[in-house]
Design a protein around this ligand. Structure first.
Ligand SMILES: Cc1ncc(C[n+]2csc(CCOP(=O)(O)OP(=O)(O)O)c2C)c(N)n1
Ligand SMILES: [Mg+2]
Length: 365
């Protein structure tokens, strides 16, 4: 039997995801489980006060990062908000660089200067990790402008699509409307993905946003193709998202996605979660995206069994453990690093001593 035929066992209507190979889907399962394991260890390290600053956990939302990033090319740019560890790992960031960033170590992806909210990885075309709600949306428009300019005017690249993620709490930021307007006006290839987990910190979406049942109206107002996606089933994500990517790439047009998802943990590491019930969380856990995909691969495609799943989890746990050990033993940044990567243009007057201002120790001079 072919893989596609096996994939469709018990499902009479053919789906686009039937064409995905077993290897691809096992890779997605692996990637989602890596994120989950990584986040569990991140929480532990935070509770042990080894990680400081703000820290937002992605557990529950894995199918969004893995399914959407899995639907684009590696050189399509990605930009996002602060709940960013999952996307960084899905994009291929080394878990050691990701964990070391949270530990504030020099080996971190942003040299330990950004922390949890600022995962950057230029070789993997990941342009952050941004802490100001909505601030990444004009950047997404700009990345799409650059991509189209390179392809159409300079003739140096191929047609690209930028993925720009934002939370439901960012949808009413003024900058987002300006970003959407320019993207539509200039016909730029950017997909704004609203990771709609239903809450902006402790405020439910219907309490913070007008017409929240119909977010697609926001995209449609700018004449963008606007699609609602049930983000708990990664096969469904691919079925709906991949054609949208193909269309945006082909036509070099923007699009808007209301991506329904759910976070299992609190907003950040200090959140008493008084705004929701345990029953609500359990209801979503019962529809868990990793369990869903595992069930499909075990029972429909029959390409993984209990033993190999156990082995996969063990291997991933070891990779994450190694990233923690690496981060604990890694070196702190040199004090002089405080003055690098801050401004594009040197600001010598901000350096604390004459030696730094005028001497060889100032890396800016
Ligand atoms: C401009 C701005 N306003 C307020 C905040 C404080 N703040 C941090 S996270 C957050 C909630 C955003 O929620 P959402 O966009 O839904 O993302 P989620 O945490 O659900 O992933 C707020 C209001 C901020 N960082 N930036
Ligand atoms: Mg939210």
């Amino acid at each position: 039997m072919t893989q596609a035929a096996t994939a469709n066992k018990g499902n009479s209507k053919p789906r686009l995801s039937d064409e995905l190979s077993n290897d691809t889907l096992l890779g997605w399962l692996r990637s989602m489980q890596l994120i989950r394991e990584f986040e569990t260890r991140t929480m532990q390290a935070y509770q042990q006060a080894k990680i400081g600053g703000f820290c937002h956990i992605y557990t529950g939302q894995e199918a969004c990062a893995v399914g959407t990033i899995g639907s684009v090319n590696h050189d399509d740019p990605v930009v996002l908000a602060y709940r960013d560890h999952g996307h960084a790992l899905a994009r291929g960031m080394d878990p050691k660089a990701c964990m070391a960033e949270m530990y504030g170590k020099a080996a971190g992806c942003a040299k330990g200067k950004g922390g949890s909210m600022h995962m950057f990885d230029k070789p993997n075309h990941l342009y952050g990790g941004h802490g100001i709600v909505g601030a990444q949306t004009p950047l997404g428009t700009g990345l799409a402008f650059a991509a189209r300019y390179e392809w159409e005017v300079l003739g140096t690249g191929s047609k690209k699509v930028c993925l720009c993620y934002l939370g439901d709490g960012a949808i009413d930021q003024g900058a987002f409307f300006e970003a959407m307007n320019l993207a539509a006006l200039y016909s730029l290839p950017v997909i704004y993905i609203i990771e709609n987990n239903g809450y902006s910190m402790g405020t439910a979406i219907h309490r913070h946003s007008a017409n929240s049942e119909n977010l697609l109206a926001r995209g449609q107002a700018f004449d963008m193709k606007s699609v609602k996606i049930d983000g708990l089933d990664i096969l469904n994500v691919y079925d709906q998202f991949k054609p949208l990517v193909d269309e945006c790439r082909d036509l070099q047009r923007p699009a808007f996605v209301d991506f329904k998802t759910y976070r299992y943990q609190g907003h950040s590491m200090s959140d008493p979660q008084k705004y929701r019930t345990k029953d609500e969380v359990d209801e979503f856990k019962a529809k868990d995206s990793i369990a869903n995909l595992l069930d499909h691969l075990m029972n429909e495609r029959e390409c993984i069994d209990e033993d190999s799943w156990k082995a996969m989890r063990k291997e991933l746990a070891a990779i994450v453990r190694e990233s923690v050990e690496f981060s604990e033993n890694a070196a702190d940044p040199e004090p002089g690093e405080l003055y690098t990567d801050v401004y594009a243009n040197p600001q010598p007057n901000l350096s604390p001593t004459a030696e730094y201002r005028h001497g060889a120790k100032n890396p800016l001079l």
